[in-house]
Structure formats: C-alpha cells, structure tokens
Design a protein around this ligand. Structure first.
Ligand code: C5P
Length: 234
C-alpha cells in the first residue's frame, strides 16, 4: 500500500547562518540542493502516494529550480507553511487529506540521507497495525543535565533513551485529529509529530533509525554532508 508524504521545508534555517543560496534546505550538497536529494528519496520509492511539499511563500522560485533536479513526482502538491514547524505540518496534513490517503509519512526536508530500507521499515510497522511509527536510534553519548550556570547537576541514565528522527509515520485520521486538537487548544510547542501523538494518547512504536539520517542544522552539518557526497574537503 502507498503512503501520503509530507515534506516540511518552510523553515528559515537561521541556525545555519545566512547564505546567498537561501535557507539551508536550498544549499548545495553533492552538486544539488539539499531538498532535491530529499525529494528524490520519495520520488523514487515505490510506496509513495500523494506527495505534499510545504514551502515558505518567499521560496517559490528556489523550490521550482530544485524540483527540476529530480524525477517529477506524479502526484505533487505545494502548499505554504506557517510560523512554526507544527503549523507547517498541519498545512501539509490538510493537503494530504484533500488528496486522499490512509497513511502519511512526515519528513524534514533537511534530512537528505534517509534511505528506502528505512522507509520500508516504517511502512512494515504501519502494515503491522501501528498508528504511529518513530524511527529512532539509541543514544550513544552519556547525557548530563546542567544548570543555567553551566555546571552539571546530574547524569541522565541513557537506558531506554532514543534520539528521534523522521520520517515519522501515522494513520492519517489519527495524526490529523491530534494536530487539529493541538492547534485548537493553542498547544504550540511541539518540535516533532510523535510528541503530538503522545500528547493525544496514540501509542508510538519505535523502528530502527539510521545513524546517517542526520538533520542538517548548522553550517558544519551542511559542509560535512557536501564532503560526504563529493568526497572532497572544502
Ligand atoms: O527548525 P527545524 O530544524 O526543527 O526544522 C525541521 C524542518 O521543519 C525543516 O525541514 C524546516 O524547513 C521545517 N520547518 C517548516 N516550517 C517552519 C519551521 C521549520 O516547514 N516554520
């Protein structure tokens, strides 16, 4: 069965600093914009149903030129995002609902290294009956909680601790209701969709994520991604 896909790309990427190429999802890595790599993952996966890309209104031209660098997805809708990631996802989910899909995968445009094996694991978990699926990796570092003064207060045991990734995958009606309820209740501080599912009481099932499925956040992440794809050091 196929899944609707929402790619959120409406952020301003401020933590990565300013670039003439625009926000980080439009920066070039391996000769193509980050978002072209991300779109390609879904454009070439057999499980992709309707595809919605959520962009910022100022980025229409940047997106149109990135889109030329990938096989054109057959069922593509472009919508405008909001002030927060949460609002951008909600706009994308409404568009997926209009396009018609039973399941949806929500993915950050700035994670260009997810592979088809990961998408297959997510889809298998949905097929097995999960309403919410979260790719995650076990935390490898020892974690500390510190006070505002920069002094460690405690060590947080890392047993059963996971770092959350995307694509996060859901039964569409369940996550759309949860998002609408969060929005209606002015609950606006969710940084991912699994946390909205948790808030709504939807059980979230973990699947194995990928160490390489990093979120490009800072300038150094973009440089490292480019080096990885081109084999060069700038
Ligand atoms: O800001 P953060 O790194 O969490 O962004 C993750 C993804 O969410 C990025 O692909 C970004 O473009 C997207 N986003 C969005 N709308 C916002 C903020 C972030 O689509 N208002």
């Amino acid at each position: 069965f196929s899944c609707g896909v929402v790619i959120v790309a409406a952020g301003r990427g401020e933590r990565a600093g300013q670039s003439a190429e625009g926000p980080k999802q439009y920066r070039t890595i391996g000769g193509r914009p980050v978002i072209a790599h991300t779109l390609n993952i879904f454009a070439t996966w057999a499980g992709t149903g309707p595809l919605v890309v959520v962009i910022h209104p100022d980025d229409e031209e940047l997106f149109a030129s990135a889109l030329k660098r990938v096989p054109t997805p057959s069922d593509l809708t472009i919508v405008h995002g909001g002030e927060t990631r949460q609002l951008s996802v909600l706009a994308g989910l409404e568009a997926i609902a209009a396009a018609g899909a039973k399941y949806v995968m929500i993915h950050d445009a700035v994670r260009p290294f997810a592979d088809h094996a990961l998408l297959d694991r997510c889809r298998a978990a949905l097929l097995a009956g999960a309403e919410a699926v979260l790719p995650a990796i076990a935390v490898a570092d020892t974690l500390k909680r510190a006070g505002a003064n920069g002094v460690v207060r405690e060590t947080v045991p890392r047993t059963n601790l996971f770092a959350a990734q995307t694509p996060q995958c859901f039964k569409l009606d369940a996550i759309l209701s949860a998002h609408r309820a969060a929005n209606a209740g002015a609950k606006a501080d969710f940084t991912d969709d699994a946390s909205i599912a948790e808030w709504a009481g939807i059980p979230v099932v973990l699947v194995e994520g990928m160490v390489d499925n990093v979120k490009l956040t800072l300038q150094r992440d973009i440089s490292m991604a480019d080096e990885r794809l081109t084999g060069s050091t700038i």
